[in-house]
Design a protein around this ligand. Structure first.
Ligand code: SF4
Length: 346
């Protein structure tokens, strides 16, 4: 029996309602059934647009977390097997439980005739790009401000496609203000978002008028096969996700039953300090690998003339970088080296 965990923080998040999570005519909160219908409408529209503008099926991204499992179940129960394909981006820092869960789900999908793909990020030299070699290549640890790992290890497989993501606005304040459809230019800060109603309308108009002069920016980019996204469960709260999982008996990543509220890369800079401490206590091999990668980053950097030992710096060796890095968000700690310090010229 799986344990459904909602901590105080998540309950607080669940109690927040934005105007998009309410029925605009009656101002009452949307029910789960209404959100499911909205998600299915978004998936049908996205699948049609993907075929029409890209000539390819919709890409449903799958990370092995609960939101991915819900999104995948919605896709499987809404679309035909040929209407979508499922993509996992191999981050190289997922927990073993997550990797096994992904493999199990992909085996099931394949047996149902659904195309699956795992992106191992093979570099130009033919070797896989991993978190470990990225750290020494970039010369800095991945941080909240420098999430180069996401661009390479998570987002690179959906370029020039319409990709379906499990992003929800209740996940964090940063994810609020987006919407169900979006165009990607550079990163999320430069993205523009569109409501489902608007997208349905402009898609219909584009079909009827068929004159690119009148195209909305979204249709314009789709015609050029640019990178666009659909977030079908954008308005879902945590409790909606768990309720849907319960109702549909969806098997989720076993890490949730082991006390994890969020499942993702071990040591992700976006995780809280508490989560990182738990992750590295549970997976000490990953901690050792990060320390080795930081040491290699220093060694490689020094051969290129970088000075990691500026006055006040705590970047002495791999272990000291690791200790700095897991507290990276505490920028104002006395004596703590910040990214600004690092980028400052000697
Ligand atoms: S560690 Fe975090 S920021 Fe880096 S790829 Fe994973 S999710 Fe993205």
């Amino acid at each position: 029996m799986e344990k459904f965990i909602l901590d105080d923080d998540n309950l607080w998040k669940d109690n927040r309602l934005t105007d998009r999570q309410t029925d605009r005519q009656t101002d009452r909160p949307l029910t789960l059934s209404e959100k499911i219908e909205e998600s299915k409408r978004a998936l049908r529209l996205a699948s049609n647009m993907s075929k029409e503008y890209y000539g390819k099926p919709l890409v449903v991204t799958y990370s092995g977390g609960k939101d991915s499992d819900v999104m995948l179940h919605l896709a499987e129960t809404t679309l035909e097997p040929n209407d979508f394909e499922v993509l996992n981006s191999h981050t190289t820092v997922d927990a073993p439980e997550t990797v096994y869960h992904i493999r199990e789900v992909f085996e099931r999908l394949k047996s149902h005739g659904i195309k699956t793909r795992i992106d191992y990020h093979i570099g130009e030299d033919g070797k896989p790009i991993t978190m470990w070699n990225l750290i020494s290549d970039k010369g800095i640890p991945p941080t909240r401000l420098q999430r180069y790992c996401c661009a390479v290890l998570k987002e690179s497989g959906t370029s020039n496609r319409l990709a379906c993501l499990g992003v929800r606005e209740a996940e964090s304040s940063k994810r609020q203000g987006r919407d169900i459809f979006g165009i990607m230019v550079g990163n999320y800060r430069q993205a523009t978002f569109f409501s489902l109603d608007h997208t349905e309308e402009v898609h219909r108009e584009a079909q009827e008028i068929n004159d690119s002069v009148w195209d909305c920016k979204l249709i314009e980019l789709m015609r050029k096969k640019g990178s666009t996204v659909v977030n079908p469960i954008y308005h879902w709260l945590d409790c909606d996700v768990w309720e849907y999982i319960k109702q549909n008996k969806i098997k989720t990543n076993p890490l949730y039953a082991k006390g994890y509220h969020r499942v993702g890369c071990i040591g992700c800079p976006m995780a809280t300090y508490r989560q990182k401490i738990k992750e590295f206590a549970d997976y000490p091999v990953y901690k050792d690998n990060y320390i080795k990668a930081f040491q290699k980053m220093i060694d490689v950097g020094e051969t290129k003339g970088k000075n990691f030992h500026k006055e006040g710096s705590r970047w002495i060796d791999g272990e000291s970088v690791f200790n700095w890095w897991i507290q990276e968000y505490k920028h104002n700690v006395k004596g703590q080296m910040t990214l600004d310090d690092y980028f400052k010229e000697d």
